[in-house]
Design a protein around this ligand. Structure first.
Ligand SMILES: [Zn+2]
Length: 283
């Protein structure tokens, strides 16, 4: 199965990191979102949209639009703080606040979660307990390899599994990875999707029986202002690769991907899995 998910955060990201003027980027991001929703209708697909609480608070109409078109609303935290930077208490507060904002707007129970930057790791497994206590049934926060932020290399599968931790159970849908140059890396979203040629990504998808995607509107926005001011110790070439490489062709690549493959939402994927046969992983 191919699971289609988006992280809906960019109106806040552009705001926060001062990427261009609101008058310019709001219509552009709205237009990408509308094109995506139309394309999904055309294909008869539903997707899961992990939405940021602070963005939902500022732009509730965006979340409402997605929910009204029949898609699943998941939670992507309130303030987009990486779990490595917060205490358990802060995480509890952030999660509870985000879920309540999203549920109020969408009018549905929020049962799916993705941590900012896939930041559930060895060091903060307690996050799974907090999520379960807040009604989350499906987590999509584990990146089962080494990563600059987060990453959970000792979690040894990139397939759906039941995770057990301290008495709670969670259905875990990790990000899917592929082997490249001796490393396990992602290919199905973010900068990786911009970087690799379509033919390569499509080939991996066709031979996989589980694919978890993660797209952002900013990965499609080729007109976005390129930031050249670096933070301390940052490398300009690396920054360019991470943020802007492949932007010009990314949306057409995405459209092709959607037209040539079948996708389902997370809640639909849940019903397609025989959970009695999946791995049980004690973390
Ligand atoms: Zn994010």
């Amino acid at each position: 199965m191919n699971i289609l998910t988006f992280d809906i955060e960019d109106l806040w990201v552009y705001d926060h990191y001062k990427i261009g003027n609101k008058e310019d980027y709001i219509p552009r991001l709205d237009s990408y979102l509308n094109q995506i929703l139309d394309l999904l209708d055309e294909r008869g697909f539903k997707a899961t949209f992990f939405c940021l609480g602070i963005m939902a608070e500022r732009y509730p109409e965006v979340i409402k639009l997605i929910a009204d078109r029949g898609h699943q609303i998941g939670c992507h935290s309130y303030g987009h703080q990486f779990l490595s930077d917060v205490s358990r208490e802060e995480f509890e507060e952030d999660t509870c606040k985000a879920i309540s904002i999203l549920e109020n707007i969408a009018g549905n129970k929020v049962t799916a979660y993705r941590a900012p930057a896939f930041s559930i790791s060895e060091k903060n497994k307690w996050a799974l307990e907090v999520l379960a206590q807040n009604g989350i049934l499906f987590d999509c926060s584990i990146f089962p390899a080494i990563r600059s932020f987060g990453g959970f290399p000792s979690y040894n599968t990139d397939r759906p599994a039941i995770v057990k931790y301290n008495g709670i159970t969670m259905k875990e849908f990790p990000i899917s990875l592929t082997d490249m140059l001796g490393k396990r890396i992602a290919y199905s979203g973010g900068g990786y999707f911009r970087l690799f040629p379509y033919s390569k990504i499509n080939k991996i998808i066709n031979r996989s029986d589980y694919v978890m995607t993660y797209f952002h509107l900013r990965d499609f926005d080729k007109e976005q202002e390129r930031k050249t001011k670096l933070v301390d110790g940052e490398n300009l070439i690396l920054r360019y690769f991470k943020n802007y490489y492949g932007l010009n062709s990314c949306f057409s690549k995405f459209e092709k991907l959607i037209r040539e493959n079948e996708f389902v939402s997370l809640e639909r994927a849940d019903t397609m899995i025989d959970w009695n046969k999946t791995d049980i992983i004690n973390v």
